[in-house]
Design a protein around this ligand. Structure first.
Ligand SMILES: C[S@@+](CC[C@H](N)C(=O)[O-])C[C@H]1O[C@@H](n2cnc3c(N)ncnc32)[C@H](O)[C@@H]1O
Length: 215
């Protein structure tokens, strides 16, 4: 019998951290540790949905939301009338339990994205909204390996494109628990390793940027 790969050590640290946030604050911006300001959460949802062919594409697009939290983006897309075949995956048990109960017409998987066996499934679009922001106690080197593995796996499972956000090095100060990347370095990485069809949005002012990579 095939053995299930064990959880990635960084995923395990993040799981512990985010389960505590959710336990404390519930299904909200603070619950996924984005802070109290809901408008920032909505800016990020809109950025992620910018990846998807819109509006109201005739055929439902499939979308995999990596690190989906409590499924807030699925509910937001529905509210905006963006028809999606939505699947969310998250390593936080309490968030996925909540999402399965409360967000209809969506599929939720509780697992570490890096360890999960998708058994040949692919998705039109794959997004990752917020995994690459906190490194907590992990080293930069470990986090770099984790980030590259995550981005590569996202790209390998997508049919049309991926989007993810990450903290920029253009900040006023560096917090030791956060993970920063120079936008030009990441752009160069995506261009040489994934695809020449890359867009970066560094203009929305949340000390982060969003990268879009298309096939
Ligand atoms: C900042 S939160 C964002 C949640 C959601 N995307 C949102 O914007 O509401 C990051 C999420 O990524 C999840 N996560 C971290 N590492 C993961 C991994 N390896 N696989 C799946 N989920 C992961 C955490 O549990 C957490 O819910």
């Amino acid at each position: 019998m095939k053995q299930k790969p064990s959880i990635n050590p960084i995923s395990s640290i993040l799981k512990n951290h985010y389960e505590k946030s959710f336990e404390k604050f519930g299904p909200s911006s603070a619950g996924v540790d984005w802070g109290q300001d809901k408008t920032r959460m909505l800016i990020r949802y809109n950025n992620m949905l910018d990846l998807v062919e819109k509006p109201q594409a005739r055929k439902k697009q499939s979308l995999l939301d990596v690190g989906c939290g409590f499924g807030g983006l699925a509910a937001y897309a529905r509210q905006k009338d963006i028809a999606l075949n939505y699947t969310g995956i998250d390593v936080a048990t309490n968030m996925i339990r909540w999402a399965k109960k409360n967000i209809k017409q969506s599929k939720f998987i509780e697992d570490d994205f890096l360890a999960h066996d998708f058994s040949g499934a692919t998705y039109d679009y794959i997004i990752c909204n917020g995994i690459l922001t906190q490194k907590l106690d992990c080293s930069l080197r470990e986090m770099d390996v984790f980030a590259k593995a995550l981005i590569h796996k996202m790209y390998s499972l997508c049919k049309k494109g991926i989007a993810f956000n990450i903290m920029t090095t253009y900040v006023n100060f560096f917090a030791p628990n956060l993970y920063y990347k120079h936008p030009a370095e990441l752009l160069s990485y995506c261009l040489s390793e994934l695809s020449t069809k890359v867009k970066i949005d560094h203009a929305y002012g949340l000390y982060e940027f969003t990268v879009y990579v298309y096939r």
